[in-house]
Design a protein. Sequence first.
Length: 272
Amino acid sequence: MEEFPNTRISVVIPTYNRAATITGSIESALNQTYPVSEIIIVDDASTDNTGQTVQALGDDRIRYFCLDKNKGAGGARNYGVSQARYDMIAFLDSDDTWHSDKIEKQVLLKSSNNDLRLIYTAYARIYDSFSETFPDMSEGNKLDGDILARILCENTVGTPTILMEKNLFEEIGGFDESLRSLEDWDLVIRAAAKTPFGFVPEVLVDAMFLNDGITSDLDEYFRSRCLMMQKYRQDYLDTDTFNISAAGILTMAQQFNMLEKVQSMLLQYIST
């Protein structure tokens, strides 16, 4: 496929102790039918041989950076974007892979509607014995255009599916490094408040579900949910989604036998 004029893409891959999986992730970016211009690997102070694994790939498009201290996924992605040379940013995680035509289909959509500053796709969340497709693409579910109200209640955007303008990322302030959970959801809320989203209704990313998900630190997960209710209170009120989102948080807390604790936390955040 011929490259569209002025569309150069920087891929940002944060990684931490993923020597066993990062080769597949990088190769899926290198082998796109629409070539990416650079792949920025941000090693978040790994203690395994991630660095040697990356450097062994030997492609001129790969740029490897190793942080002195662990900054978390949000901080590592922010650093990667700060090093990006090009105007479009795509995110990929070091245990996930892109289908070969992922970037091509996003660039085609972008070229047909330049007002779309963020374009995402569906993805497969892969577990040990089965997989699920996200987001729900059933008829009636609004997944493109102005979707702030939807995003406030439910994050439909997988970070490894995102292709976005670098200047949009900078305009909204990048990832909030104070959040150690849900920093990806927090980012897309701010993006959705600024721009309509484009959506490619195809599974173009395979995302591995590992055991270090939200259940490994429920306190941090619920703290982040409550903090987001505080940060975006006016957006929730303006879109009539405040009560819906609060109820969703409390329902989930009840499932984990944390209702009383999370109720107190939520009240503390939304009353300040």
